[in-house]
Design a protein around this ligand. Structure first.
Ligand code: GLY
Length: 342
């Protein structure tokens, strides 16, 4: 087992150490085949998640893991932090509304047994991830949408909440002045803390589970559902192999079923770094407008190897194991220097 001090980082990837006095070594990746992708070795158990709001989510997941509970409890508890945070403007309460002013949520969850639950186009219920978990555990189905998902949530005691915060309403009103719907460029905004949270965790039993929750693209068409509730698109876990999850423009993730692809590539022997790189390459190869799109993937295998890769620079991910909680910069298809010259 690799020790914490052997925490590995691939060539060119950046690391932000949180907490005064903390530092980590940066030897070359043991696994990066091309040197083009950063890969990290985590100790088990661990929690990893997308964007800077993943740090707070990881903390909650970690507390759950430390109390001896399961990875399923950990990922649910973790992403609920983002769902409840009004400052996180693309998840749960505080999420950007659609073009008609409705905050509609998508979420999915998967356990170590390959069971899955999801909700889509859910309105007025803050913790979409917990509704998704109940769909998995209490129904014979995988997905509930819209009014049916809401009725199911209400029947199971979830409180109704107005998720449109004053700040999100103000932004939406300003957007309506022009109503310029540029889904891709908006989604390509690399501003951290403003996108889907996806999380993977391995617990003390060695089991991996995953979760994903979002309010989706800002000012999307009413009724639009993204990748986040689609099992295999935004998130997929195979407890024999590992897991992967996504953030960014959901349409591109759905068309390539990226998370399933990454897990299958890992099953065939690719490292998480190589698998994430290939999933991004599939989007770049098939979409002539790829330069306008941001998609980021985060993957980890059951041995604790973890990596992330995106199209645009700026995608960050948070990793937590017994040695700490760190925010890392993913490597990207478009290099930061090239972006700066645009
Ligand atoms: N990835 C979130 C969405 O496209 O809705």
């Amino acid at each position: 087992m690799t020790t914490r001090r052997e925490f590995l980082i691939g060539a060119g990837a950046g690391l932000v150490a949180l907490g005064a006095g903390k530092s980590w070594s940066h030897p070359p990746s043991r696994w990066g085949s091309s040197g083009s992708s950063g890969q990290y070795q985590l100790e088990l158990p661990f929690a990893v998640s997308t964007w800077s709001h993943g740090l707070a989510a990881n903390e909650a997941a970690w507390t759950t893991l430390q109390s001896g509970r399961t990875a399923l409890d950990a990922v649910e508890t973790g992403v609920r932090v983002s769902e409840a945070d009004p400052e996180v403007t693309s998840v749960g309460c505080g999420g950007h509304p659609d073009r008609d002013g409705h905050v509609t949520l998508d979420a999915c969850i998967m356990d170590q047994g390959g069971n899955a639950g999801s909700v889509a186009f859910l309105e007025g219920i803050e913790h979409a991830i917990s509704v998704a978990r109940l769909v998995m555990e209490k129904t014979p189905h995988v997905m509930l949408v819209g009014e049916g998902a809401r009725e199911f949530a209400l029947a199971n005691g979830f409180p109704v909440k107005d998720l449109l915060t004053p700040a999100a309403q103000k932004s939406w009103r300003k957007w309506r002045e022009t109503a310029d719907y540029q889904a891709w460029p908006q989604a390509a905004d690399p501003d951290p803390g403003h996108d889907t949270i996806s999380m993977l965790a391995v617990d003390g039993f060695g089991d991996m589970c995953g979760a994903c929750t979002t309010s989706g693209l800002p000012y999307k068409m009413h009724g639009r559902v993204g990748d986040s509730p689609i099992i295999g698109a935004a998130m997929f876990v195979d407890n024999a192999v590992g897991g992967a999850c996504a953030t960014g423009v959901g349409e591109e993730v759905m068309k390539t079923l990226g998370s399933f692809l990454i897990v299958e590539l890992m099953r065939q022997g690719l490292s998480p770094a190589e698998a994430c790189h290939e999933a991004i390459a599939r989007i770049v190869r098939r979409n002539p407008r790829w330069k306008d799109v941001q998609v980021g993937y985060l993957a980890a295998d059951k041995q604790g190897r973890c990596s992330a890769y995106s199209i645009q620079p700026g995608f960050q991910f948070a990793v937590m194991d017994q040695t700490g909680n760190r925010l890392l910069d993913a490597q990207s298809w478009i290099r930061p220097a090239a972006k700066a010259q645009e």
